[in-house]
Design a protein around this ligand. Structure first.
Ligand code: SF4
Length: 461
């Protein structure tokens, strides 16, 4: 097992997932199904490409003028009676949340999906202070009971089968042993969560968009759990990365047209709510968190990663993610967007190679984040910093020389084709390294050089 600072590399962690071939196939199909639904939904909107262009320009404009919009947002929030906090990192964010809860003597908090609170490890922080935190999104609750992080940013328990959820609910919620009917299990979860909602002293949600002109936040869920949580107790807290800003309501319209379509193929998220001030007698807090974002904004190309609206579309289409699962990334956010924001970290830099650079992610992204370009840039930056993984650092200079010399390349290609044709496949497998362990070698009869293929199929046609 290859470890970097105690963490498995992507290849090593993927190897663990690949041992269960049935799960790999099922995981791959489930995600491809989402991609297929997304294609149908996008195809049903004639002006889809124009909306993408407008969405991309809105996000780029907002990020380029972020300081102005953040100040405008704060001013308008204050006018609406919202208390705004600023946190430079995850630790400060957690302290702010705890201080709000401590002031109101909160012992039970209901939460709805927020990747930011995963980023800051909020649950662990609050639990260490004696506060009971319950994630109320069904998928999030499942992985919370399993003490696991999410494996996907939109469908966090996509790696689990219904039978596994049935066992989990039997153990924790007392549902019937062996039950795996999704409708039955959902009812069990609903009964369990309803009680948690009624008992909660405060609610916390993530934020899909913060609207500068309104001083309001938009929260989208399919289960209505954010609304249920926020509308019962007196204290509501909304946590967001500073990249979630949009200028105005027109921008919200553009993003909501794309978000659910690109995520699950729905025309719109079932519940899209704008919170614009506290309830009578209540308190509403918004916490704006940087946690490394402004550092990444400094690079013009990499900074575009924060045009992301977290639809998960790039994960669903990525051949590496679909075959290796979210846990193989060892980063908070998996898949192409996870690589784009995490591959600069020392302990997760192997992620820059968890990619075929096929560009499918960039093609499906609704806000045109240049994901494959960013990932290629991380590779270049690691090469410049001499932080390439050992294997690559030792052989890539020779590969570069080989690729740059036509005669050498032709001789090398001829030798490889001859070996594939004459040696038994089993003998060749070890030479294909980690790449070949879970792949079939090409059919011998069809092997020819690219030059020969091109001459036969394309030249003068
Ligand atoms: S990078 Fe694009 S496709 Fe991926 S999650 Fe973000 S918005 Fe969706």
């Amino acid at each position: 097992m290859t470890l970097i600072n105690g963490l498995q590399t992507h290849a090593a962690a993927a190897n663990d997932f690949l041992k269960d071939e049935a799960r790999v196939d099922w995981h791959d199909r489930a995600l491809w199904n989402l991609r297929h639904k997304r294609d149908l939904a996008a195809g049903s909107v004639t002006e889809w490409e124009q909306i993408k262009q407008i969405g991309s320009e809105i996000k780029l404009h907002t990020l380029s003028n972020l300081a102005k919009y953040l100040v405008e947002f704060e001013d308008n929030c204050k006018k609406n009676g919202i208390i705004v906090h600023w946190a430079k990192d995850g630790e400060e964010h957690n302290q702010i949340v705890h201080s709000i809860l401590a002031k109101h003597n909160v012992k039970r908090l209901v939460k709805s999906k927020s990747m930011l609170t995963e980023e800051s490890h909020l649950n662990q922080h609050l639990e260490s202070k004696g506060i009971d935190v319950v994630d109320t999104d069904l998928g999030e609750r499942i992985i919370q009971l399993r003490k696991e992080p999410p494996s996907h940013i939109v469908v966090p328990a996509i790696h689990l089968k219904k039978e596994e959820v049935g066992e989990l609910f039997h153990e924790h919620l007392g549902s019937e042993k062996g039950a795996s009917c999704p409708t039955y299990l959902t009812k069990q979860a609903r009964n369990h969560l309803r009680q948690k909602f009624l008992e909660a002293d405060a609610a916390l949600t993530g934020v899909n968009m913060a609207v500068a002109s309104e001083g309001a936040v938009v929260v989208c869920t399919n289960e209505g759990n954010a609304d249920m949580g926020v509308n019962l107790p007196k204290v509501q807290i909304h946590c967001m990365g500073i990249d979630k800003m949009v200028p105005n309501l027109d921008s919200v319209g553009v993003m909501t047209r794309m978000l659910a379509r690109n995520a699950t193929g729905q025309p719109i998220t079932t519940y899209s709510t704008m919170y614009k001030g506290p309830r009578e007698g209540g308190e509403m807090h918004v916490i704006l968190v940087d946690n490394g974002r402004t550092e990444l904004f400094k690079d013009e190309l990499i900074g575009e990663a924060y045009k992301c609206i977290r639809c998960g579309g790039c994960l669903n289409t990525c051949p590496v993610y679909r075959k290796s699962s979210g846990f193989s990334y060892n980063a908070l956010i998996p898949g192409p967007i996870g690589i784009a924001v995490s591959a600069g970290n020392d302990e997760t830099h192997s992620l820059a190679w968890a990619c075929t650079l096929c560009g499918s992610c960039t093609k499906v992204c609704p806000t045109k984040v240049p994901l494959d370009g960013i990932i290629a840039k991380w590779r270049r930056l690691h090469a410049d910093k001499k932080t390439l993984p050992y294997g690559k650092a030792s052989y890539m200079p020779y590969v570069g020389k080989l690729m740059a010399n036509e005669s050498l390349l032709n001789v090398g290609g001829f030798a490889a084709r001859t070996a594939l044709k004459t040696l038994p496949g089993g003998l060749m497998k070890p030479f294909s390294g980690a790449w070949g362990q879970h792949r079939d070698l090409p059919q011998v009869e069809s092997i020819q050089s690219f030059e020969a293929w091109f001459k036969k199929n394309r030249e003068n046609k």
